[in-house]
Design a protein around this ligand. Structure first.
Ligand code: B1M
Length: 233
């Protein structure tokens, strides 16, 4: 096939990004790794590579998944390819000159195995100077609470990608209230089906639309809390 011979380096930036959307769709992890490196070598900002090549490619996959054109096995391959690109970007996105400004425990809630967005949030938080304890997927209230007890973070972050799993965030927050520890933590929630209203309804401190907003919000709320508690920022 002609595609197998394609030299990604010979493509213009625009064509390379379109090719990466195709490669992500086809679950070609090695090509995504290579394309990501080429764009970085050409001077692209890591955030631009992430948004234009990877997240946009995944958006296209999501549309065909919704419409029944792609199925779980194919989407898993696409997710795997996306992760290959994210691994190249990870050290750059998590690069920070700043000293540690706080700690975050984050996980995808019970019943939900989507982790790409949550992992991106974790990377951006690291980039903003947070130490991140990533609990992974399918995390229940007991696991969240055990991690809070163990790591004593400033922030609890929860991710959900399914309308069926997002209500579990309220279960976790209620469990924190029952234990009398809700106010010990800033609770941030995010995930594609959520919105501001939902964040308020479940009793979170903030809903974060994307990874960049999560990092900004985390920083702002931690600094605000330190100022009100009289701690030095
Ligand atoms: Co799933 N899936 N999936 N899936 N999947 C969606 C979410 C869906 C919208 C697809 C669709 O129909 N269009 C749909 C949900 C419908 C709904 O509930 N309304 C869906 C479905 C139905 C399912 C299954 C039920 C399918 C089935 O089995 N029949 C099943 C459920 C499995 C389960 O969890 N129990 C399932 C399975 C899967 C795969 C395993 C195949 C795979 C996941 C692989 C993985 O994550 N390792 C998968 C994928 C990849 C998707 C889509 C295509 C892409 C998700 C993604 O990674 N987006 C997705 C369609 C879509 O969202 N367009 C879909 C890219 C990522 C960068 O964005 O995750 O939104 P996102 O994260 C953003 C923000 O949301 C925010 O910041 C991130 C970065 O900017 N954010 C946070 C996220 N978490 C945050 C936490 C925070 C803050 C911000 O904390 C502070």
């Amino acid at each position: 096939m002609a595609d197998e011979e394609l030299d990604l380096n010979s493509l213009s930036d625009e064509d390379l990004v379109l090719q990466m959307h195709d490669d992500l769709y086809d679950g070609l992890a090695a090509e995504i790794d290579e394309g990501t490196r080429i764009l970085l070598d050409r001077g692209w900002d890591p955030q631009r590579v992430l948004n234009d090549a990877l997240v946009e490619g995944m958006r296209i996959v999501g549309i065909d998944f919704r419409d029944g054109i792609l199925f779980v096995p194919e989407v898993l391959l696409a997710a795997n390819a996306m992760k290959a690109g994210m691994e190249v970007l990870r050290p750059l996105l998590a690069e920070t000159g700043a000293e540690t400004i706080g700690k975050v425990v984050i996980g995808t809630v019970k019943g939900d195995i989507h982790d790409i967005g949550k992992n991106l949030v974790a990377m951006m938080l690291e980039g903003a100077g947070f130490e991140v304890v990533n609990l992974g997927i399918n995390t229940d209230a007991d696991e969240f609470i055990a991690a809070l007890d163990e790591h004593k973070p400033d922030i609890l972050g929860m991710s959900a990608l399914l309308t069926t799993t997002m209500p579990y965030m309220k279960v976790v927050i209620e469990a924190l209230k029952e234990k009398g520890i809700r106010e010990d933590y800033i609770v941030l929630v995010g995930g594609a089906p959520l919105n501001e209203e939902f964040g308020v309804a479940v009793g979170a401190d903030a809903y974060c639309r994307d990874a960049a907003v999560a990092a900004e919000t985390a920083e702002a709320l931690v600094l605000a809390r330190r100022l009100t508690s009289g701690e030095a920022p």
